[in-house]
Ligand binder design. Structure first.
Ligand SMILES: Cc1ncc(COP(=O)(O)O)c(C=O)c1O
Length: 385
C-alpha cells in the first residue's frame, strides 16, 4: 500500500457540497422553477466595469502576461498602500504588501511564515472552515474559543486570558463569516495589544472590509507583528480573478516572498492589472453594498417573523447567522428540506461550528436583490404551510 499524506485527510469545505446539491435541484427543476442561491459567499455581480476595461486594454495593448514579481506588481502594491491611507488614514509601506492568489492563497503563506508544525493557533468558533482545515493540513493545531451572542461570536481579551498554554497565533475576522459580526475598533485594539504583549501572532482576516453597515471598520495593519489578509473577492466583486493581498510585519516580508516564489511564483498578472483599476470603481462597488444592505434589512425582518431567529445583528459581510432551533434541531435536515420544498439553498451551521452548528444556518444575502426579496416570501410561505 502506498502512503497517502496527512493532507489527504482534510475535510471538505461543506459549502461546496451544498452548492452541488443546489445545482442538482436546479437541474431537476429545469424550466419549472429556480433555486434561490443563499449558500454561496460570492457576489452575483462581476468585476466592476473599470477593472474589466483595464484588463481588456492591457490585453489589446499586447502587454505580455508573464510572471510578476512574487510580491506583486509594484504599481498594485503602491495602490494598495494608498488604499490604507484613503480608507483608514494609516501609513503602510508598499514594501510590506504581498499580492496573493486570493485570501485563500495567502493563508498557507502566512501560516508557514509565522508558525511551525505543532503550533497552536486560536480563533473564535463559529469560524470560516478553511482556517481550521488549512492549519490542520499543515500539521498545526487549531484552538477553538467557543464564542456566543453575548460577544457577537467574536473573541474577547477575557476569553484569550483563559487560554492555557498561550497559543502561538490568533486569527480574527471582522466582519466575520459566518456570523456577520464585527470587532469594533476598540475591541480589535485591545486584542492587538494583548497579542503583542503575550507574544501571540495576530492574523486579521479583513476580506469583508467595505461590506459593513453601521459600525466602523478598523485594520490591524499597524498593530505590531500582525498579519493582515484581504482580497478582491468580496467588496471588489472579483472572486474568480483570484487575487488578494497581505500587509505583513517587516519580519515576515522576506519569508513570505521566498515561500511565494516557491509555492505560486505570482498571482495572475491580468488579475493584478484589473485589481489595480478596481480601486477607482468605488461608486459601482458602493451601489452593490447599498443593495446588500437593503436585502439584509428585508431578510432581517422576514426570518424572525417566520420563526427563524437571528443570532446576531448582522453588522457586515453578507451573511445572516440564524438560529433555527425553533424549527429543527438538525440544521442539515433543515437545509435539505428548505432546498427540496422551498427551492432555497442555504448552508447548515455544522461546517462552521462543530459543537453547536446543528442549531444554526448561514444565509448569504449577496445574490440579486429580487431573489432575496423572493426568498423572504418563500420562507414565509414555507414556514406557514
Ligand atoms: C472569511 C473568509 N476569508 C477568506 C475567504 C477566501 O476568499 P478568496 O476568494 O479571496 O480566496 C473567504 C471566502 O468566502 C472568506 O469568507
Amino acid at each position: 500500500m502506498l502512503k497517502v499524506g496527512r493532507g489527504a485527510a482534510v475535510p471538505p469545505f461543506m459549502v461546496m457540497d451544498v452548492i452541488a446539491a443546489a445545482n442538482a435541484r436546479q437541474a431537476q427543476l429545469g424550466e419549472r422553477g429556480s433555486v434561490i442561491r443563499m449558500e454561496v459567499g460570492q457576489p452575483g455581480t462581476g468585476a466592476p466595469a473599470g477593472a474589466v476595461a483595464a484588463a481588456m486594454a492591457a490585453l489589446r495593448a499586447g502587454l505580455p502576461m508573464g510572471y510578476t514579481e512574487s510580491l506583486g506588481r509594484a504599481s498594485l502594491r503602491a495602490r494598495i498602500a494608498r488604499h490604507y491611507r484613503e480608507w483608514y488614514q494609516a501609513g503602510v509601506d508598499p514594501a510590506r504588501i504581498a499580492v496573493t492568489v486570493g485570501a485563500s492563497g495567502a493563508f498557507p503563506l502566512a501560516f508557514l511564515a509565522a508558525f511551525d508544525a505543532g503550533d497552536r493557533v486560536a480563533m473564535a468558533s463559529p469560524f470560516y472552515p478553511p482556517y481550521v482545515n488549512i492549519l490542520t493540513s499543515l500539521g498545526m493545531q487549531p484552538v477553538l474559543i467557543e464564542a456566543g451572542p453575548q460577544t457577537r461570536f467574536q473573541p474577547t481579551v477575557a476569553a484569550l486570558e483563559r487560554l492555557r498554554p498561550r497559543p502561538h497565533g490568533l486569527i480574527v475576522a471582522s466582519p466575520c463569516n459566518p456570523a456577520g459580526t464585527m470587532l469594533h475598533p476598540e475591541e480589535l485594539a485591545a486584542i492587538g495589544a494583548w497579542c503583542a504583549a503575550e507574544g501571540v501572532r495576530l492574523i486579521s482576516d479583513e476580506i469583508y472590509h467595505g461590506l459593513h453597515h453601521e459600525s466602523p471598520i478598523a485594520t490591524a495593519a499597524n498593530i505590531p507583528g500582525a498579519v493582515v489578509i484581504n482580497s478582491f473577492s468580496k467588496y471588489f466583486s472579483m472572486t474568480g480573478w483570484r487575487v488578494g493581498w497581505m500587509v505583513l510585519p517587516e519580519d515576515l516580508v522576506r519569508p513570505v516572498e521566498c515561500l511565494a516564489q516557491n509555492h505560486m511564483i505570482s498571482a495572475p498578472h491580468i488579475a493584478q492589472v484589473a485589481a489595480e483599476a478596481a480601486f477607482d470603481c468605488g461608486q459601482e462597488l458602493d451601489a452593490n453594498v447599498a443593495r446588500y444592505r437593503r436585502s439584509r434589512d428585508v431578510l432581517r425582518a422576514a426570518l424572525p417573523a417566520a420563526g427563524i431567529d437571528l443570532a446576531t445583528p448582522a453588522e457586515g459581510a453578507f451573511y445572516l447567522w440564524a438560529d433555527v432551533s425553533r424549527r429543527s434541531n438538525d440544521s442539515r435536515e433543515f437545509c435539505a428540506r428548505l432546498l427540496a420544498e422551498a427551492d432555497i439553498a442555504a448552508s447548515p451551521g455544522v461546517d462552521f461550528d462543530r459543537t453547536r452548528g446543528a442549531r444554526y444556518v448561514r444565509f448569504s444575502y449577496c445574490g440579486p436583490e429580487a431573489d432575496m426579496a423572493e426568498a423572504a416570501r418563500r420562507i414565509a410561505a414555507w414556514t406557514a404551510g
